[in-house]
Design a protein around this ligand. Structure first.
Ligand code: HEC
Ligand code: HEC
Ligand code: HEC
Ligand code: HEC
Ligand code: HEC
Ligand code: HEC
Ligand code: HEC
Ligand code: HEC
Length: 426
């Protein structure tokens, strides 16, 4: 009995001394060959990481953020994303390494080839940049990859020329880098041959699933009068559940394992990207869509049937078949209504051009702005509202201003015809 007390004391002292030595070693040699101490936790990178040991002093936030990520825990190191081959045009010498400061999908593709391929196959890839500047910035090799995107070959002239928005040229480089390009660079071609930027959603350096599964990440770009998906979601029952209960959901569930028990209502990612129930994870955001809603006049997509089935399979985790079918047929009928009104407006504009009253160049006369607002704001908004449960967006931000704008357009056309009769030039 008497002897046991000193024994525990000796063990206690030994443990304390050992701990002090450990703490000393970690503060003296941060990021040494065994791992890096971030202050909150120690993460082993499984070998020497010269970048982290120096950057712990230079950019401590970056090291701490990355150290907490799933990737760091799986042994991924700074060099894996940042060190590139000597012939990489984005590379430069840095402390004896050849690194890039802005890793591209080419760097991620080394370990995530499937996600990169799906991304490249989507409108988040090349089409997003083509929408601004056509094909001018793409190499012949990159152009070949565009042909494999089903959404890139829509309509008589293809997506590439048919819908390119001439505002990019009108506004020019004093505006567009802070405007169009901030969003559309998600698909900008890179000098290393790859396309786009994973980092637009996977903000560095935490690379957390929670961040990309929440709607705020999509709302960076998918908002405003021309594509108010974030606002519509906020108004929907799904969005209300997210806002009221979201903090209790299991955001870090492993990819492909998400179910209703992790989140009782969907976010943008659940419907458009996540593996959920029978559907696998996808980075091709067109995979579950059936219509070209962003277009002035909506038509079916090439993968119309499969796309709709895939999305319905997501809904089916939580809703019955008849409920979903009824929902889709209501949304389809809003789309037909909008199509008819937009076609009517287009007919009026085409008539004015044909009769030499206005030129066909967009944004040269007031009526061309009226026509643009009509489909680009109100028509689209009504359609998005219908498919994503935003009644107010279908009605008061959509169909009502659409009707009002059509009336205005008719009056403007009449005025132009009268002026033309009196001899005014276009
Ligand atoms: C001996 C110290 C040291 C080592 C080793 C080191 N760096 Fe750096 N790094 C720096 C310093 C200093 C800066 C400049 C920071 C500043 O200006 O704020 C820097 C800057 C950077 C930048 C930003 C450069 C820019 O132009 O914006 C990146 C990216 C970077 N380092 C990555 C790495 C990677 C990856 C490694 C390992 C392959 C590495 N570093 C190794 C010290 C180091
Ligand atoms: C999974 C890939 C990945 C890993 C691993 C990674 N980075 Fe980065 N890092 C990126 C990306 C992507 C960017 C570009 C961010 C951007 O374009 O704004 C970046 C940017 C940087 C920058 C420049 C940031 C700035 O604002 O100036 C530094 C410095 C940097 N990383 C250091 C590190 C260090 C140190 C490590 C290891 C602890 C590391 N990175 C690990 C992907 C990675
Ligand atoms: C050297 C290989 C490697 C590179 C390069 C790499 N990753 Fe990873 N990544 C991994 C591994 C390993 C995992 C962990 C897989 C697991 O544990 O499920 C992972 C996981 C992820 C996850 C899921 C995180 C989570 O919490 O489940 C994301 C997101 C991710 N990587 C994005 C990227 C992006 C973006 C890039 C490029 C900027 C990149 N990765 C570069 C190997 C890599
Ligand atoms: C806030 C982010 C943001 C800004 C700024 C922005 N866009 Fe977009 N743009 C989007 C999103 C998101 C879509 C996708 C809409 C959809 O499919 O519902 C889109 C769609 C488009 C489309 C239709 C799709 C296509 O490929 O034909 C064109 C064209 C376009 N944008 C051009 C522009 C131009 C030109 C500018 C600047 C004058 C611009 N955008 C500014 C986010 C933005
Ligand atoms: C539009 C936003 C967005 C972009 C851009 C994006 N991702 Fe993701 N990524 C997501 C979402 C959302 C998830 C989570 C899916 C889920 O809920 O399981 C994810 C998950 C992942 C995962 C883990 C998935 C798995 O199945 O293991 C990896 C790896 C990944 N992304 C890599 C990339 C790479 C590489 C790129 C660029 C080529 C990229 N991502 C671009 C939104 C994006
Ligand atoms: C950095 C800006 C940006 C972010 C962040 C972003 N997107 Fe997009 N998204 C775009 C642009 C730009 C387009 C239209 C591209 C074009 O012009 O063809 C688009 C198109 C889409 C489309 C239509 C695809 C098609 O085939 O018509 C869907 C669906 C979509 N995004 C979903 C999402 C989801 C879900 C998220 C968040 C997880 C997200 N996006 C995050 C910019 C973004
Ligand atoms: C309940 C599921 C669901 C949620 C949540 C959801 N969407 Fe959608 N989304 C849809 C459906 C359904 C369509 C129309 C599908 C079709 O074309 O058949 C659609 C269409 C779109 C489109 C239109 C693409 C085109 O043709 O122009 C974009 C972009 C988009 N969603 C982005 C988002 C964003 C961003 C969020 C979150 C703020 C979001 N969605 C939330 C189901 C959802
Ligand atoms: C993860 C489960 C989940 C998924 C996936 C899901 N929903 Fe929902 N949805 C809900 C919940 C929960 C509610 C709120 C039910 C209530 O009104 O009490 C809801 C509400 C709705 C409502 C409003 C019902 C009402 O009475 O006002 C509509 C419409 C709807 N969902 C359509 C869809 C469609 C279409 C899809 C697929 C594109 C979908 N949902 C995907 C869980 C889900």
């Amino acid at each position: 009995m008497e002897r046991q007390i000193p024994k525990t004391l000796i063990i206690g002292i030994a443990v304390t001394v050992f701990a002090i030595i450990l703490i000393y070693l970690f503060t003296k040699f941060p990021g040494g060959s065994q791992g890096i101490s971030t202050g909150t936790e120690t993460v082993s990178y499984g070998g020497s990481d010269k970048c982290a040991s120096c950057h712990r002093r230079v950019t401590p936030a970056i090291v701490t953020q990355f150290a907490g990520s799933t990737m760091a825990k799986a042994g991924v190191k700074c060099v894996d994303c940042h060190v590139v081959e000597k012939n990489n045009p984005l590379g430069k010498e840095h402390e004896g390494f050849f690194i890039t400061t802005t890793p591209t999908p080419k760097n991620c593709a080394k370990c995530h080839p499937a996600e990169t391929k799906q991304f490249d196959h989507s409108r988040h890839g090349a089409p997003a940049w083509i929408a601004l500047n056509g094909l001018a910035d793409f190499t012949p090799e990159q152009k070949k990859s565009i042909d494999r995107i089903p959404e890139a070959n829509r309509g008589p002239n293809g997506i590439i020329t048919a819908t390119r928005n001439s505002l990019f040229d009108i506004e020019g480089p004093s505006v567009t880098p802070a405007a169009c390009e901030t969003c559309h660079s998600i698909g900008k071609p890179n000098k290393d041959g790859s396309i786009g930027n994973c980092n637009k959603c996977h903000l560095r350096h935490e690379f957390k699933l929670e961040q990309v599964r929440k709607p705020e990440i999509c709302g960076q770009c998918h908002l405003g009068p021309d594509h108010p998906q974030a606002e519509i979601y906020e108004e929907s029952a799904h969005g209300v559940m997210y806002q009221t209960d979201g903090e209790k959901w299991n955001w870090s569930q492993k990819p492909g394992r998400l179910t209703v028990s992790d989140m009782p209502a969907p976010t943008c990612a659940t419907c458009h990207m996540s593996g959920f129930g029978s559907q696998g994870t996808t980075h091709d955001v067109g995979e579950r869509l059936s219509k070209f809603l962003f277009a002035a006049v909506t038509t079916d997509r090439p993968n119309n049937i499969e796309g709709r089935e895939a999305m319905k399979a997501i809904c089916a985790n939580c809703h019955s078949g008849p409920f979903i079918d009824n929902f889709y047929s209501r949304a389809d009928s809003v789309t037909s209504f909008v199509n008819k009104k937009v076609q009517e407006a287009t007919g009026i504009i085409n008539g004015l051009v044909k009769d030499g009253i206005i030129t066909s160049k967009p944004f040269e006369n007031q009526i061309s702005f009226t026509a643009f607002d009509l489909w680009h704001y109100y028509g689209r908004t009504a359609k998005f509202g219908a498919y994503m449960q935003g009644a107010d967006y279908v009605q008061w931000h959509g169909v009502y201003p659409l009707l009002k704008e059509l009336n205005k357009l008719k009056e403007e056309a009449q005025q132009l015809r009268l002026r033309h009769k009196r001899g005014a030039r276009p």
